[in-house]
Every structure is written in structure tokens, then in C-alpha cells.
Ligand binder design. Structure first.
Ligand SMILES: Nc1ncnc2c1ncn2[C@@H]1O[C@H](COP(=O)(O)OP(=O)(O)OP(=O)(O)O)[C@@H](O)[C@H]1O
Length: 349
């Protein structure tokens, strides 16, 4: 709508038969912004990205790039470039020819084309690899060529479709850092699709959490993490323990109606509710003393997680787990105090 918007989606909708894959999604990306679509499998992230790239057709709504409607244009006439999960390099073309491809499509002439290929390969640190074929590259190098190919065309918006998901963990972390560094340096506008929260948190200017074709919340990563808008976002981002509790006339009980020794600083809403706490915020044994919210639980089993221990606890039919750095001096079967601060718990009805 304005020149200040790199990309704008307005009430975008896409159905496949009776499945509403993208349901009334509105979103705008400012120039230089890196916006991530994060959500579980089937939440509509890839479909949204494919609508922007022109690989799917809209059922309703509008898509604009730099203020111009583009949703009627074929992919090659949109000012976008997509980096796919598989890299999608041409196997019979060299690295340089792969990077040249998008530039040829856009009729960028030599010597400008050669200069852009040189720059793009330098940016992704692949100078000297110009004449290699994709089969002679590692998985990480292939994704860097795919990135160079997209960066070389300098599109209004870069579209990333889970580009790191096929790589092993250490390579994923390394490339995630590289994409972040490139974005800080080049300030390109991007939409990035992932179901990996770590990636979303580490790289994005803003994160849009998707569920069932809709955006549940869109905000800066810190706001999403510390101020989730609703129960879906809270439970999707980071681990949490859930205490489903029922507030009866006189006491708090678990769902089986069994009384639980649960002391809460603030009263729960009437009726059924779900109380959530991050496992790192539950304090155990001596550390629980003096905290306003408490319950007494038995240690069911203990897992060693490397830099901490995870205590699985039972109180009646309630099950929670708490992470603690180092052992707490109590073993399986022991009855211990569990406590937490009020600001560390979330209650949803
Ligand atoms: N071509 C298609 N035909 C039929 N249904 C489709 C098609 N593409 C997507 N869907 C359905 O649309 C919904 C959204 O799918 P989409 O791939 O956009 O989700 P996603 O969040 O990207 O999931 P994933 O992380 O698994 O890739 C799903 O229910 C999916 O089964």
C-alpha cells in the first residue's frame, strides 16, 4: 500500500478441498525486516510462502510487493526469490552457472552479471568453487549456493522455505548464524518458514506464530517468548508443565477429583482451568521454601540432561517436571516441596 512496505498480505485465503490451509492471513513486512512464519506441521506456513512466490493461487485476498498487486503474476515475474529445503540446484550446471540462472532470467547482461556472481559467492564464502558441480559439494555448501543464487538477483523479498531442515544439527546452527550475519549486513527483506523455534527466535525481526491457517500472534521474538498472547502460543513456544485443575467449592482437585496439596497465592478462576509453568521456573526442596505457590509431590523418576537434571514429579494424578542444575539431595520416591513465583505461572481457562 505504501512504499514503506516491502510485502503486504491482505486477508489472504487458500483452500484445498475442504481444508482451509491459509485462513484470512494479513501481514506486512517493512523493508529490511526478517519475518518468520513459525508453527506446527500443517499450520499453513509453506502454503502462505507459496502464495507469495506464485506457486499457489489465492482464493481470496491480495498480495502486494512495494505497494503493487502481484498476485495475478506468474512466479518469474514477481520480485521474489525462493530458497527451498532441498536447495533445488541444477545438477548439470556449475556453481557459477547456477548463480547466473536467476540473473539470466532477469536479463542482467555481462559484465554486471559476472560481478554479481562474484559478489554473491564472496558473501556466502564460496569463492573458488565457481566451477564445481552440485554433486561435488556438501549439503551446507549446496544451501550456500542456493542462498547466493537468490541474493544475486537482489529481489524485493527473499522467501526461505525451511532451508536448513535437511542439514544436521551443527551445520544448521552454523548456517543459521551465517544467514543472521548476512541479514545484519545486507538488510534484505525476508519471509522465513520454519517449525524450529530456535531458528525463529535467533534470526527474526518478528515472528508470526501460525496455527490452523491463522496467525495467532506476530511480534518481536522476546515478546512472543515472554508475553505469549494465548494458550496456543505459550505451549508451542518453549517447554511447559500443565496442571489441569478444577476449583471446587472448597478445595483444588485434580481432574480425577482427588485433592492435591496445592497452595496458590492468587485464587483460580471458577471451573476448570489449566495452570502452566516452565520447568526451569519450578523450585525444588529447600529452594521451594517461602515461595507463595506450592505443592507437595513425589519424585517419580530423574533424567540426566547434561547441564541439568529433570525431575519428574507426581502429586495425585498431576504430573509435572522440573529442571534443576545438579542433584537436589533427594532420590526417587521421596516426598518434596515444589514452589514457584506467581509471575512465573500462566492460567488459562
Ligand atoms: N497441494 C495440496 N493439496 C491438498 N492439501 C494441501 C496441499 N498443500 C497443503 N495442503 C494442506 O494444507 C494444510 C497446510 O499445509 P502447509 O504445508 O501449508 O503447512 P505447513 O505449516 O507448512 O506444514 P509443514 O511444516 O508440515 O510443511 C495442511 O492441512 C496440508 O495438508
Amino acid at each position: 500500500m505504501t512504499e514503506r512496505t516491502a510485502l503486504e498480505l491482505e486477508s489472504v485465503r487458500r483452500c484445498f478441498g475442504s481444508v482451509v490451509a491459509v485462513d484470512d492471513v494479513s501481514l506486512s513486512v517493512a523493508p529490511g525486516e526478517f519475518v518468520t512464519l513459525l508453527g506446527p506441521s500443517g499450520s499453513g506456513k509453506t502454503s502462505t510462502l507459496r502464495l507469495i512466490g506464485g506457486f499457489e493461487e489465492l482464493d481470496a485476498g491480495a498480495i502486494r510487493i512495494k505497494g503493487e498487486r502481484i498476485d495475478h503474476l506468474p512466479p518469474y515475474r514477481r520480485d521474489t526469490a525462493t530458497i527451498f529445503q532441498s536447495g533445488a540446484l541444477f545438477p548439470h550446471k556449475t556453481v557459477a552457472e547456477n548463480v547466473a540462472y536467476g540473473l539470466r532470467m532477469r536479463k542482467v547482461e555481462r559484465p554486471e552479471r559476472d560481478e554479481r556472481i562474484r559478489q554473491a559467492l564472496e558473501i556466502v564464502r564460496l569463492q573458488g568453487y565457481e566451477d564445481r558441480y552440485p554433486s561435488q559439494l556438501s549439503g551446507g555448501q549446496k544451501q550456500r549456493v542456493a542462498l547466493a543464487r537468490s541474493l544475486a538477483v537482489r529481489p524485493a523479498i527473499l522467501l526461505f522455505d525451511e532451508p536448513l531442515s535437511a542439514l544436521d544439527l551443527s551445520l544448521r546452527l552454523q548456517l543459521r548464524g551465517e544467514i543472521k550475519r548476512l541479514h545484519d549486513e545486507l538488510k534484505f527483506s525476508a519471509i522465513y518458514v520454519t517449525h524450529d523455534q530456535g531458528e525463529a527466535m535467533a534470526m527474526s525481526s518478528r515472528v508470526a506464530v501460525m496455527n490452523k491457517g491463522r496467525i495467532e500472534q506476530i511480534d518481536r521474538p522476546e515478546k512472543i517468548f515472554h508475553g505469549p498472547a494465548n494458550e496456543f502460543v505459550f505451549t508451542f513456544i518453549g517447554e511447559s508443565c500443565c496442571l489441569p485443575v478444577r476449583r471446587g467449592a472448597s478445595e483444588v482437585t485434580d481432574r480425577n477429583g482427588q485433592a492435591v496439596a496445592l497452595i496458590l497465592q492468587n485464587s483460580l478462576p471458577e471451573g476448570d482451568s489449566r495452570l502452566y509453568i516452565r520447568p526451569s521456573r519450578l523450585k525444588l526442596a529447600a529452594e521451594a521454601q517461602g515461595l507463595p505457590n506450592r505443592l507437595t509431590a513425589t519424585i517419580h523418576f530423574i533424567e540426566f540432561l547434561g547441564d541439568m537434571h529433570r525431575y519428574h514429579l507426581k502429586a495425585g494424578a498431576l504430573e509435572v517436571f522440573a529442571d534443576h542444575a545438579g542433584p537436589i539431595g533427594h532420590d526417587v520416591g521421596a516426598l518434596i516441596d515444589v514452589g514457584w513465583r506467581s509471575e512465573d505461572m500462566k492460567v488459562f481457562r
